[in-house]
Design a protein around this ligand. Sequence first.
Ligand code: GCO
Length: 256
Amino acid sequence: MSTTLFDLSGRTALVTGSSRGLGQAIARGLADAGASLVVNGTDAARVGAAAKALRESGHVVHEATFDVTDEAAVLRAFERLDAAGVEIDILVNNAGIQLRKPLVDVSADDWNKVINTNLTSAFLVGREAARRMIARQRGGKIINIGSVTSELARATVAPYTTAKGGIKMLTRAMAAEWAEHDIQVNAIGPGYMLTEMNRALLDNPSFDAWVKGRTPARRWGRPDELIGTAVYLASAASGYVNGQMIYVDGGMLSVL
Ligand code: GCO
């Protein structure tokens, strides 16, 4: 089998929310597969630290500190990348936040913040990336990060669940319009992963036991366990895959 099938050399990947958590792990995995990276976050210091760590591993890294929920900021960020000659071949829409509270207690501001960060941002950043991919006529890859909550709901995370359900359908909608431009748009649906966003759950013995009992693998997933699927969807190996959500969930969605 050709080893170049999964080689990302010569390509540049923008991973939103890649200064920590799943995004940071995916960014490292894409870099290790040969891609140059654009690290994004809203905190310049965090973005700089994540970029420094990747550079220390010998990778080519650009820093892009901007708020993915702010349309004007997204437009300015892409204009800066254009001016610097940085062309995005691979986009990973990873940025996301969690809010855990009963739906009856969720304010409109709460709701909008989660929807804007976890769903609308994928539209705003995806649109700018696709505009350029289509104009260049060189194709591209867009990978949206969903969740097992793209399929099943859990009480107290309604805004997040709704956004992640939207990610599944936005992935299909993007594929419907952009596949003819040789842009493959797909999604990854993580299960319960060992991240700071889930720290409160991890530290709760009964929730920890529930995750382990509900997951056939009987354990939480590690962020680095998303890398193989991310590299696959970012590479030539998935040239005829469109609109799919690949669940990396230890089997959680496959069982009652
Ligand atoms: C929660 C968790 C989940 C997981 C993940 C599952 O509160 O239930 O945060 O949302 O993080 O998204 O795919």
